[in-house]
Design a protein. Structure first.
Length: 390
């Protein structure tokens, strides 16, 4: 089959790879109908090369049609249409039973001290072949795969795999009081959805992003927007008085600014893999311009919710300010299956309350994936969300 494979820093190939096969009774094989490029994929494209291997199949936002089922499958049949959560969870361990599927004890990558396996996301998360491919093997499918209807277009369901529950969890973790104010830093796909979810739940939402096209998309959904500048904190306080009740960081470790951390990240990427892994696990630091701004902006006694990915082992935190302002912090990988029951009706609602019909800016054949990685990373051609069709 054909798939998008990692071949080196900023090098993605449309390659021939072996077809997936049933390896365990709980597996299914799906024919992929849609797969997306996630902002997290760009970390593999740019920074996490030391944990990648040439030929790794990418992608963790995937849906398709069941083609084959393992002997232990009881809830799915050939022909079913399914969405595949990005984290691989068993459904029966203590963590899954407590809605912490991203920490699944059955699939934890203990070698690297990480939580549950992900599709298409480096040896740190199990080196499981991903879904930017014509076919995908799905382990623990009776629990993981989300069966959906056949009537609506793929984009109404596809984002249940990652960015929609990630955004919802981020807003839930923000603990915005009734009628309160939520500021969302970063209006990429997760930030766009988080801002819309905030509006759907009745909050005043302010979106911050330096890219005009992203601000324009958010404004179509009733979001007040600001550019990200040195005056952002002052503007947020000016609009809210004390500062937002909660701030959601949907950017993470590759934020604009933080030139010293940026240089360190780039230098680490030039080291041999083992040396780079050692550096990343002990002395690496993230770009924290967004994180620092969010901590400054949130009101005293407010909440900081972090959905953006951070990976720096030595990223500094302003503990004096966090303590003095009595800021609560909630963060973590999304527990996708814990939110499915709540989100599926919203995705299927004819009124489209979260604006899922207005998120995809680029739909391309899978063969155009290498170019679309570059376009997405460089924010060219007003690119906000890419969906690929095998």
């Amino acid at each position: 089959m054909k798939a998008l494979t990692w071949q080196g820093k900023r090098k993605i190939a449309f390659s021939d790879v072996p077809d997936p096969v049933i390896q365990d009774p709980s597996d299914i094989i799906i024919k992929v109908t849609s797969t997306a490029i996630c902002g997290s994929d760009l970390h593999l494209y740019e920074l996490l090369g030391p944990y990648m291997h040439a030929g790794d199949v990418l992608g963790h936002e995937t849906m398709g049609i069941v083609q084959e089922v393992g002997s232990g499958i009881t809830k799915l049949s050939v022909g079913d249409r399914v969405v595949i959560p990005f984290n691989i969870s068993c459904g029966h361990c203590w963590m899954c039973q407590h809605d912490l599927q991203s920490q699944c004890e059955t699939t934890q990558v203990r070698k690297h001290g990480k939580g549950a396996q992900f599709f298409g996301y480096s040896e740190l998360y199990g080196q499981v072949p991903g879904g930017q491919a014509e076919y995908l093997r799905v382990p623990h499918a009776d629990y993981g795969a989300v069966k959906v209807g056949h009537e609506l277009p793929d984009h109404r369901y596809l984002f249940l795999s990652d960015i929609l529950p990630t955004a919802w969890q981020g807003v839930e973790y923000a603990s915005v009081p009734d009628g309160g104010t939520l500021a969302v830093y970063g209006l990429g796909p997760v930030g766009q959805l988080a801002a819309r979810i905030g509006r759907h739940l009745g909050y005043e939402v302010l979106g911050i992003d330096p890219v005009a096209e992203r601000r324009a998309m958010a404004e179509r959904h009733g979001i007040q927007t600001l550019d990200f500048t040195k005056d952002t904190v002052g503007e947020l306080r000016g609009r809210t008085g004390r500062g937002p009740d909660a701030v959601l960081d949907a950017v993470g470790m590759e934020a604009h600014g933080s030139p010293v951390s940026s240089m360190f990240q780039q230098a680490t990427g030039l080291l041999p893999d083992k040396a780079a892994q050692l550096a990343m696990e002990n002395v690496s630091a993230d770009r924290t311009s967004v994180l620092d701004s969010a901590i400054d902006a949130v009101r005293r006694g407010g909440t900081l919710s972090i959905s953006g990915v951070y990976a720096g082992a030595a990223t500094p935190m302003p503990m004096v300010k966090l303590f003095d302002k009595q800021i609560q912090i909630r963060q973590g990988q999304c527990n996708v299956r814990s939110w499915t029951r709540k989100l599926l009706p919203l995705a299927e609602d004819a009124a489209d309350p979260l604006g899922l019909d207005d998120l995809v800016t680029h739909e391309q054949p899978l063969s155009n994936g290498p170019q679309m990685y570059e376009t997405f990373q460089k924010k060219q051609d007003a690119c906000i969300k890419v969906v690929l069709k095998p």
